[in-house]
Design a protein around this ligand. Structure first.
Ligand SMILES: *Cc1c(COP(=O)(O)O)cnc(C)c1O
Length: 400
């Protein structure tokens, strides 16, 4: 069958028709254990009863009105996100890349409104991922993604991961801010050392720069805390959210302090869809579930248990798994064979995971995952490791 979709994805030959919690049911009826969660999006799993009820009720009332009018649901979600974080203000969009664009604009405008219009450059880190729009891509700095799309948007200086000397050296007269993911997701689940984040905070304070945390992947409970920064002892000035915030409905958000956002006055930014009543109602329901007493404690307990079991597998299969790393339920297995082979081997065991940079397989179960599903996942990963270890032994024997 010829596809009329732009072929920018190497899609797996698999389609789903239904989901239930941590499980996806394929069009051929097979059940898959979903440790991909649509790339860290379905935080409450599939067809969560509260979200189903919320979307049904709101769909009968109001979907969209535009930002020409007050949107009480957006006011409420912004108020709750600010109450739960360092931020004073929120701008809503429809995706992560848009949230990053807003953050970049906000930082530049802050410097301009502070009488320093020459400051527009943002320092980012090798291995980062900030999205696929032209500016977010320039911030990402991945040559493979930039190639053929003309000159990258100016204003980004990339330095090696967690290299403080290089970061210090990159601060110049035109520097406006520093942007980093507290745990690099796409880059291979690399946890940024908290000491490095503290040093970035000091550097920003010293030079009048704004610190942006891109928490599009780490935010909304993924690391076992509502926001990853809360566990680092470092508070940013600006934070981007998206992925899990809508529980599968597209929402992006850029949060900032009053001071950082002081340049963003009437007319400086906009979005037709951003913050519409349907999206906001779902965001409110997701946030309410995740901040329910005990929810994040349970995420942390389940994550610890999973990580312990994975460490045992690493010890048993040293020729397959090199390292287990991550924070909360953002877990990376750095592989010895190609990460893609492990993703395939897991899929053969009817389990979904996502490849990332640095030869890592990402495990991103929904945050509602239970002990039984963790045990099931470990059994399937165990079998996939047996398969990969046997394949390697076989390859070695045929070679000699
Ligand atoms: C996914 C992701 C983005 C991009 O989000 P989109 O919704 O795909 O535009 C940006 N930053 C981080 C850290 C991400 O994980």
């Amino acid at each position: 069958m010829t596809s009329h979709l732009l072929p920018t994805y190497a899609r797996v030959d698999l389609a789903f028709e239904r989901g239930e919690g941590a499980w996806l049911i394929a069009t051929n009826g097979e059940r898959y254990l979903d440790f991909a969660s649509g790339v860290a999006v379905n935080a409450l799993g599939h067809a969560h009863p509260r979200l189903v009820r919320t979307i049904e009720e709101q769909a009968r009332k109001l979907w969209h009105v535009s930002n020409l009018y007050h949107i009480p649901e957006a006011e409420k979600l912004a108020q709750q996100l600010c109450a739960a974080s360092f931020a004073d203000t929120v701008f809503f969009q429809n995706s992560g890349a848009e949230a990053v664009e807003c953050a970049i604009k906000l930082v530049r405008k802050y410097q301009s409104a502070s009488g320093r219009p020459e400051r527009f450059r943002i320092i980012t880190f090798e291995g980062a991922f900030h999205g696929r729009t032209l500016a977010a891509l320039a911030a990402t700095g991945n040559k493979k993604y930039l190639d053929g799309f003309g000159p990258p948007v100016d204003g980004f200086d990339q330095v090696p991961f967690a290299d403080l000397a290089a970061t210090r050296a990159a601060v110049g007269r035109a520097t406006a801010g520093i942007m980093i993911e507290p745990v690099m997701g796409e880059g291979g689940v690399r946890v940024v050392p908290h000491g490095f984040l503290r040093a970035l905070r000091e550097l920003c304070d010293q030079h009048g720069l704004l610190l942006i945390f891109d928490e599009i992947q780490t935010g909304i409970g993924r690391t076992g805390y509502l926001f990853a920064y809360q566990q680092t002892g470092v508070t940013p000035d600006v934070m981007t959210l998206a992925k899990a915030l809508g529980g599968g409905f597209p929402i992006g958000a850029c949060l900032a302090t009053a001071e950082a956002s002081k340049g963003m006055t009437v007319g400086t930014h906009g979005s037709t869809f951003g913050g519409n009543p349907l999206a906001m109602t779902l965001g409110l329901a997701v946030l309410d579930e995740i901040t329910r007493p005990g929810f994040l404690e349970k995420v942390r307990a389940v994550a610890l248990r999973l990580k312990q079991r994975l460490a045992e597998l690493r010890d048993r299969y040293p020729a397959v798994i090199a390292e287990v790393r991550g924070a909360g339920l953002l877990i990376g297995l750095r592989m010895i064979p190609a990460a893609a082979e492990m993703v395939d081997a897991l899929r053969a065991e009817k389990m979904l995971a996502v490849a990332a940079g640095d030869n890592v397989v990402r495990l991103l179960p929904p945050l509602i995952v239970g002990e039984a599903e963790i045990a099931e996942a470990v059994a399937r990963i165990d079998r996939a490791c047996t398969h990969l270890a046997a394949a390697r032994t076989h390859a070695r024997e045929t070679a000699s």
